[in-house]
Design a protein around this ligand. Sequence first.
Ligand code: BTN
Length: 325
Amino acid sequence: MTSRDKILSLFRTHSDQYMSGQEISRSLNISRAAVWKQVRALRELGFEIEAKHSQGYRLLAVPDLLLAADIENGLNCQLVGQSVISLSEIDSTNARARRLAEEGALEGTVVVADRQSAGRGRLGRRWESPSGVNLYCSILLRPKIPVQQAPQLTFLSAVAVAETLNKICRLSAKVKWPNDILVNGAKIAGLLNEMNAETEQIHFVILGIGVNLNMIEEQFPEELKYPVTSAFLETGKSVNRLIFLQELLQCLDRYYSEFLLEGFVPIRRRWEKLCNMMNMKVEVDQGNEILCGTVVGLDAEGALRVQLNNGKVERILAGDVNPVN
Ligand code: BTN
């Protein structure tokens, strides 16, 4: 813990009383000038710290920051979040998690950033990642499963994100095959899962998760081709990123343990319940042909099962799926 973290934790445990600079300096074994320097730095970060003559300091309000110590504090997980790395800025949390994985980081390591300067989306797109509003995180897993089953983890993370949005933000988030999360038909979160494997063995998987929590309209890029939204735009209420992240990590941890014990079936069932087009008539645009049918579920490889009008069930591995009236 840095002395800033230690001062913060002292403030938190004495939130109903003032602490003098002298008391703090004595209990942390640092100079009073160092205490003052850290108080000033905390204020610059947005912490409201009252200073009362002859009584000392008192913490009044904390900003919506994602500090590793706060994330770990009270996190009820077995594996996910064993190590949390929190950064104020990074190119991409996925890129950082990959580097850490290559250096041997623990399974369950979480990288979270306040802002990404080169956030990555699927198909080489950019993921808009302004500071102070959203969640950008990557989770390192080292599952001992066959390489072909790795895509199942994408469905696992989609279910965890949708359920967390529903629980914390009281939304009705749905999953859209293959891996979008929508609210009222607009994209609210995206997943970018990356894998490092040989033919037979997975070295690691990075679950990259971006959730638009408190973003406002002006912060979205203009050139987007699909409708987008944020939890704030949907509900009018801002979301505490720390509470959201802790719930998401706990949900991922539960479902990952269950997945390792029981396989994909429970996740598949949950995904089908949350699927925005389950039992609906759809058109699947596969570039060279358009198929029409009804969505009947997901299979073990993550293909969408669509029953065509002639009764045959087709496995859709790629393509754009849209409802028809
Ligand atoms: C998509 O295009 O839908 C996927 C977006 C994934 C964005 C997240 S934000 C955290 C992680 N780091 C990245 O660079 N991308 C993912």
